[in-house]
Design a protein. Sequence first.
Length: 216
Amino acid sequence: MTNSGSTSGIPEATVVRLPEYLRALSALSESGWTVCSSDDLAAAAGVNSAKVRKDLSHLGSYGRRGVGYDVEFLRSHISREIGMTQEWSVLIAGIGNLGHALANSAGFQARGFRTVALVDADPQRVGETVAGVVVRDQSELEACIAQHHVAIGVIATPPHVAQDMCDRMVAAGVTSILNFAPVVLTVPEGVDLRRVDLAMELQILAFHAQRRTVVA
């Protein structure tokens, strides 16, 4: 969920799928593929081939009829499009169980996201070292953002403080925020906000599981 459309001229729905294509191309490359068709990429990414061709057409024409796509070239091009050719500094606010898990995620570092700062309101958390980063008091949020030139803020706080944390991040200059708190946040124009609601995703899965049970 995001509060704004794509500013790159690429449809937002396509932007959302580009990381899946990148993951699929990486898997194909690791398996020794040098060329793949739209059908191959669609199967690896879990979408249909028509959608793959339409999405990639927004990036330019990189496939060759009867041959397919050069896996490494397309992988490199998508990486550039979604900013994976540079490192992004990340601050995580809220170092409970979820914050710990996010900070320790090996996938962040592997994909160019470096956790540079952790803040929390709990005095028992402050001073703790998580994934090589010392947790600082949330009162130091603005100082952490300035010191580490934070590009992306992650909110994993309780819901009742999430909006305040979001407002402070925005005021300190952060324009990309990922929200894990189970609450809808508001941000001004020009700030990208994405929400990940794990409970909502489980409820959607429960809905489909129930429907299958009823049909059976």
